[in-house]
Design a protein around this ligand. Structure first.
Ligand code: SF4
Ligand code: F3S
Ligand code: FES
Length: 235
């Protein structure tokens, strides 16, 4: 099939403002949008810039807007889009070049919730590991699946309005550790996400949940965090 591929282009070294370029490419219905981008870069215009690494939905580096929705280019098939495909950078972060955005504000927000395991108590008597029951592990299983692609945060209207909002990805990371019964910094994290740039900025828009390529129930996780800040309970 022939696909009309419209791609957002912006090169700050030569362009005064962004524009779109349109390419006509032959594609199989099972090709991925990433394959089309690779084709354009390899055979039509080598200056096209985009991020990619694993090409298998694991690294989270190729999040873009495809026909108006945030998705991973490597997980989105042509057959699910039709023969007119528009690819744009994710919104709310500064465009560096073409489809590449500055991810620094996103990772700065992520770091604010202390997204690492904190436990300063001595190890158990056998000195080996901190055991956890399957039920306790299940409590935060969903939020362990995040690949930090930013599809959620950059589809959130509250984040577009103010990039100091921590955003759903950072809240997902907070959830992953707050509900881990081996971790000892839940209270500190709950305090951080209770501040003005945190949970209060979530107005339950659900865009984040719709956008997540890992199908994490983000809005539900944020709801659990809100409840925990009110009740102080982590069960
Ligand atoms: Fe991406 Fe989902 Fe993680 Fe958000 S929660 S960064 S959409 S994997
Ligand atoms: Fe934004 Fe998701 Fe809340 S889209 S407003 S973080 S439910
Ligand atoms: Fe790694 Fe798409 S290139 S997730």
């Amino acid at each position: 099939m022939e696909v009309t591929l419209k791609i957002f282009r912006f090169n700050p070294e030569v362009d005064k403002r962004w524009h779109y370029e349109t390419y006509r490419v032959n594609a199989e219905p099972t090709d991925r949008v990433l394959d089309l981008l690779e084709y354009v870069k390899g055979y039509i215009d080598g200056t096209l810039s985009f991020r990619r690494s694993c090409a298998h939905g694991v690294c989270g580096s190729d999040a873009v807007r495809i026909n108006g929705m945030n998705r991973l280019a490597c997980k989105t098939l042509v057959r699910d889009l039709g023969d007119k495909i528009t690819v744009e950078p994710i919104m709310g972060l500064k465009v560096i070049k073409d489809l590449i955005v500055d991810m620094e504000p996103f990772f700065e927000n992520y770091k604010k919730v202390l997204p690492w395991f904190i436990n300063n108590s001595p190890l158990p008597a056998d000195g080996k590991e901190r055991l956890q029951s399957p039920e306790a592990r299940e409590r935060f299983d969903d939020t362990t699946k995040c690949i930090l692609c930013a599809c959620c945060t950059t589809s959130c209207p509250s984040f577009w309005g103010s990039d100091d909002y921590l955003g759903p990805a950072a809240l997902v990371a907070a959830h992953r550790f707050i509900f881990d019964d081996r971790d000892e910094a839940a209270a500190e994290r709950l305090q951080i996400i209770s501040e003005t740039s945190g949970l209060a900025r979530c107005h339950t828009a659900f865009n984040c949940t719709m956008a997540c390529p890992r199908e994490i129930q983000i809005t539900k996780a944020i709801g659990e965090l809100k409840l925990a800040t009110i009740t102080g309970r982590l069960d």
